[in-house]
Design a protein around this ligand. Structure first.
Ligand SMILES: [Zn+2]
Length: 291
C-alpha cells in the first residue's frame, strides 16, 4: 500500500529541489534495504508534480488519488508478477512501446520498476536504451534492495539515491541489503579466515589464474564442513564476489574482467534459481575466466 506520508525525508527533499529547478534526471536508482520507503518516495514526487492542492503533495486531490490508486494514465508500474521471481524481457518491452508517447495529462510520464534486482539479464539489457536520454519526457525509477544485482551498464545510466538505514553496522547492513536475514548473519558469525580464502579465489579469477579451478573445489569442501551454516556461506560467497567485482569496476585496468565477472555472477543467480549446485557454479565462473 502506497503511503506518501511515509517517505525518506532527505531523499524527497533532494528530488523536490531538482524538480523545482527543472533538473530532474531521466532515470533514478532508488537503492537500499527499505524498498517500501523508496517506492513511497517515488510516488511522493509524482504526486508533488501533479498535485492541484495548496500543500503539494496533499495526497487527497483528484490527481493525487488517481496516482495513489494506480489509475493515472501517465504512470506505468512494473513489478515481479505473482508466483514468479523475475521481471521478464516482455515486461520491459511493454514499457519500450510506451517510450515515445507524450504525457496524457502532466509534464512527465513515469515508469516505476519495483524490485529491479529481479530483472533477468535479457530484461536488464533491454532496459538500456530505455535509460538513455528519452525523446518524450519520461522519468524512470528503478527501486532495488540490492545494488550489486543491478548491471553496471544499467547503474551507470541512473542517478543513485540511497535509502539504506544506517543504524546497524556497515557489515551487517551490507549483508542485510544483499539478501541475508539477521538470523543468517548470526549463523554466519565471524568470517575473517574464510574471507581470506575467498579473496584469494577472487584474485585468481581476476588474474585468470588456472589455480582458481582447484581453489573452487577447496572452497566448496570447506563450506560443506560447516554443516548448518553451509547454506548461508554459499550465499555469502556470491555476495562477496559481487562486492569485490563492483569495487574493481572503479579501476580502469581491472574493469574489463570485473564487468565480465559481474555478468557471469548474474547468470549464476539465474542458474541457482534452477537449482544448479554450488560447486558447478564456482566451476563455471572459473572456466569462463580461462576462455
Ligand atoms: Zn494532490
Amino acid at each position: 500500500m502506497i503511503d506518501i506520508k511515509k517517505v525518506g525525508q532527505d531523499q524527497a527533499q533532494l528530488l523536490k529541489q531538482a524538480a523545482d529547478k527543472d533538473q530532474l534526471s531521466h532515470a533514478y536508482l532508488l537503492a537500499g534495504n527499505d524498498e517500501e520507503l523508496a517506492v513511497n518516495t517515488a510516488y511522493w514526487l509524482i504526486c508533488y508534480l501533479n498535485c492541484t492542492g495548496v500543500q503539494k503533495p496533499d495526497g487527497t486531490c483528484a490527481n493525487c488519488r488517481r496516482i495513489l490508486e494506480g489509475n493515472h494514465p501517465d504512470i506505468r508500474l512494473v513489478d515481479v508478477p505473482d508466483k514468479r521471481q523475475t521481471i521478464s524481457i516482455d515486461q520491459v518491452r511493454e514499457l519500450k512501446q510506451e517510450l515515445m508517447k507524450r504525457p496524457a495529462e502532466g509534464t512527465y510520464r513515469f515508469f516505476i520498476i519495483n524490485h529491479a534486482q529481479a530483472l533477468t539479464l535479457p530484461a536488464a539489457n533491454g532496459l538500456l536504451n530505455l535509460l538513455e536520454e528519452p525523446i518524450a519526457p519520461v522519468i524512470t525509477f528503478l527501486v532495488a534492495n540490492n545494488v550489486n544485482q543491478i548491471l553496471p551498464t544499467v547503474k551507470s545510466r541512473t542517478q543513485i539515491i540511497n535509502f539504506s538505514q544506517v543504524q546497524v553496522s556497515d557489515r551487517t547492513s551490507f549483508l542485510l541489503e544483499n539478501g541475508l536475514s539477521q538470523e543468517e548473519i548470526d549463523l554466519l558469525g565471524e568470517t575473517a579466515a574464510f574471507d581470506r580464502q575467498l579473496k584469494s579465489f577472487y584474485q585468481e579469477l581476476q588474474g585468470q589464474d588456472s589455480l582458481s579451478l582447484i581453489t573452487a573445489h577447496q572452497l566448496a569442501a570447506s563450506i560443506k564442513k560447516q554443516k548448518q551454516a553451509s547454506g548461508v556461506l554459499e550465499k555469502y560467497v556470491w555476495i562477496m564476489l559481487k562486492r569485490w567485482a563492483n569495487e574493481d569496476l572503479d579501476q580502469a585496468a581491472l574493469r574489463p574482467v570485473a564487468a565480465s565477472l559481474l555478468t557471469d555472477l548474474m547468470k549464476i543467480d539465474q542458474m541457482r534459481q534452477s537449482n544448479v549446485n554450488f560447486l558447478s557454479s564456482l566451476d563455471y565462473l572459473a572456466l569462463q575466466r580461462q576462455k
